[in-house]
Ligand binder design. Structure first.
Ligand SMILES: Nc1ncnc2c1ncn2[C@@H]1O[C@H](COP(=O)(O)OP(=O)(O)OP(=O)(O)O)[C@@H](O)[C@H]1O
Ligand SMILES: [Mg+2]
Length: 314
């Protein structure tokens, strides 16, 4: 087994312009390694270059410069092996409307030269929750069902590296949880390396071991998820008072607010204050405490602090 699932060096992509469209430098020299066996999140605002990067990995977009190794195989020197090692669920729907899910999976398996007896069609249909739609035309599937079929197609050749571009966009909550459970299982039981993009940062926070943030064609941050979260120094202590209470007098370095449920929230920098300061202020004001919880910063806060205040949209 190789140490890194993906090794990318100085990867560049410029989409050529036309009479009506200027050329666009979508990737400006990306260096990125993704460890084998990890669940890796690729985050960034709209237009950052995430899909361009993924589509290059998939062989769907031709890079302008740089090196890409997939499972140790150079994409230029060993195109067949590098392609075999990866399965990609693209962001764009590209299904044949006249194929049923079962036929789509079989055709895809055929493309990879997988013999009928070795195919896992039923298992995959089960995993993506399309068993009862197995023989329906793709055009009769809902948007969420089509996206799940795309995931199924990425899995037919049991790739070591599975890349998911917005796997849960437009998929309802229950199915999203089922998909994540299955993806975690693939990672844990088969050791499949998972690379994903998502605009649901809570999802990334929960799922990913490592995260890279891409902004405007470059990697601006790459770290483990816990390290990224600890970059933000702020923390919030939420106190439920035994009886309704006003905010106590607070030192200037603690920001207090009363929430709609009557709880008192105190936000402070860990480097400047400690929970003791807050408890002291509460005692001094004679406020009895029924319950205390703390809130950690979320990936969303980290993301916004690193990429500016631009809205994240799907
Ligand atoms: N086929 C193409 N021709 C020309 N420009 C393109 C093409 N595909 C993407 N681009 C441009 O390249 C840039 C990066 O696009 P890309 O789709 O990689 O972004 P993204 O990070 O996936 O965004 P999103 O979060 O919206 O999916 C954008 O400015 C986009 O307009
Ligand atoms: Mg994209």
């Amino acid at each position: 087994m190789t140490q890194n699932a993906i090794e990318i060096e100085n990867l560049r992509k410029t989409y050529r312009g036309s009479r009506t469209q200027e050329s666009k430098e979508a990737l400006k020299g990306i260096d990125l390694t993704i460890p084998a066996g990890s669940i890796f999140g690729l985050l960034g605002p709209n237009g950052a270059g995430k899909s361009t990067l993924i589509n290059i990995l998939a062989g769907l977009v031709i890079k302008s410069a740089g090196t890409v190794r997939i499972w140790g195989f150079d994409q230029d020197r060993n195109p067949r092996q590098s392609r075999r090692a990866i399965g990609v669920m693209p962001q764009e729907l590209n299904l044949d409307a006249f194929f049923t899910p079962r036929a789509s999976l079989n055709v895809q398996a055929g493309l990879y030269g997988i013999a009928r007896k070795d195919r896992k069609t039923d298992e995959i249909l089960e995993m993506i929750g399309l068993t009862d739609k197995a023989d329906a035309y793709a055009r009769s599937l809902s948007g969420g069902m089509r996206r799940r079929l795309l995931l199924g197609k990425a899995l037919v050749h049991s790739p070591q590296v599975l890349v998911l571009d917005e796997p849960t966009a437009g998929v309802d909550i229950e199915l999203r949880q089922m998909l994540w459970a299955n993806i975690r299982k693939l990672n844990a039981e088969e050791g499949t390396t998972i690379i994903l993009t998502t605009h649901y940062l809570e999802e990334a926070e929960e799922m990913c071991d490592d995260i890279a943030i891409i902004d405007n064609g470059t990697v601006t941050v790459r770290d483990t998820t816990p390290n990224l979260l600890s970059r933000l120094d702020s923390k919030t202590l939420v106190v439920t008072p035994a009886r309704s209470a006003q905010l106590p007098e607070l030192p200037a370095y603690i920001a207090g607010s009363i929430r709609t449920d009557g709880s008192l929230a105190f936000t402070y920098r860990q480097s400047e204050a400690s929970p003791e300061d807050i408890l002291d202020a509460l005692r001094a004001a004679g406020i009895a405490i029924a319950d205390v919880t703390t809130e950690q910063p979320h990936l969303e806060d980290v993301f916004l602090s690193l990429t500016g205040s631009r809205a994240i949209q799907t």
